[in-house]
Design a binder for this molecule. Structure first.
Ligand SMILES: NC(=O)c1ccc[n+]([C@@H]2O[C@H](COP(=O)([O-])OP(=O)(O)OC[C@H]3O[C@@H](n4cnc5c(N)ncnc54)[C@H](O)[C@@H]3O)[C@@H](O)[C@H]2O)c1
Length: 253
């Protein structure tokens, strides 16, 4: 897959799946803009992209803040002249340590899910879509979860609600933007080994989960990145409004 000459923005690029996506887009030839709230992780991923000899930019951006997203996209348009690909990967995952059932959550926590995971995606789309429509070309790839497709584990009611909202939003946006040749799709990871997963699960978790996965192993960020690079490429020019799981067969729909 060749993305030479394309410019991609990846939110949540400082860690895990977002980092894997940023590096894979870079290896496919794209210039990559990494947006995240974690300055240290951003510095590391920027250095990795630089070492690959790629043009890249790291911008500290809180996607829940419209003003920061607008400023980041304006900077990208100034420096690179275009945005061809937007990957919305950033999400609120602070809940994953506690597995609190819904009745133990409060409105402040609901707001974190809504503001980062849902509104963060909306802010980024709103900032990027006008330039994509003007150039009659664009790809938006939203990272959801299998939790948006079926009953999620205990403690993930809010997470599954906002991920489902992102999926529903993406379908309708795909319909609205199709005539402008801006394609919108979702990728739903299953169990993927990332720093957040390793920090928040007990060591025996991996063995238990892998026993339930038909392909018998959890995935890596590269598994998700492969699907994202495909959806960003010319090979996917006839695909929009779709929601693909990458999950080792955990959920077969
Ligand atoms: N790992 C899995 O098993 C799994 C499964 C299903 C879906 N996902 C989805 O994949 C994506 C990445 O998950 P991960 O496991 O790589 O997590 P991660 O914690 O490794 O990465 C998430 C990144 O998002 C950034 N972020 C958080 N809030 C932000 C904000 N307000 N603005 C900008 N950046 C922000 C974090 O700093 C971090 O770098 C998320 O959307 C998650 O819901 C992951």
């Amino acid at each position: 897959m060749n993305l030479k000459g394309r410019v991609a923005i990846v939110t949540g690029a400082a860690s895990g799946i977002g980092r894997g996506i940023a590096l894979a887009l870079g290896r496919a030839g794209a210039s990559v803009v990494c947006a995240d709230i974690d300055p240290l992780g951003l510095t590391e991923v920027a250095a990795e992209l630089h070492a690959l000899g790629l043009r890249s930019l790291a911008v500290r951006t809180d996607v829940s803040k419209a003003s920061e997203v607008t400023a980041m996209v304006e900077q990208v348009l100034r420096d690179f002249g275009t945005v061809d690909v937007l990957v919305n990967d950033a999400a609120y995952l602070g809940f994953s340590r506690e597995h609190k059932p819904f009745l133990e959550t409060d409105e402040a926590e609901w707001d974190l899910h809504i503001n980062v995971t849902l509104k963060g995606t909306l802010h980024c789309c709103k900032a990027v879509v006008p330039s994509m429509v003007a150039q009659k070309r664009g790809r938006i790839i939203n990272i959801t979860s299998d939790a948006a497709k079926a009953m999620a584990p205990r403690g993930e009611a809010l997470y599954s609600a906002v991920k489902s909202a992102v999926a529903a939003f993406s379908r309708t946006l795909a319909g609205e933007l199709a005539r402008h040749h801006v394609l919108v799709n979702c990728v739903a990871p299953g169990f993927i080994i990332t720093p957040t997963v390793l920090k928040t699960r007990r060591p025996e978790w991996r063995e238990k989960v892998e026993a339930m996965i038909p392909l018998r192993s959890a995935g890596d960020p590269e598994d998700i990145a492969g699907m994202v690079v495909f959806l960003a490429s010319d090979e996917a020019k006839h695909i929009t409004g779709q929601h693909y799981s990458v999950n080792g067969g955990t959920l077969m729909l």
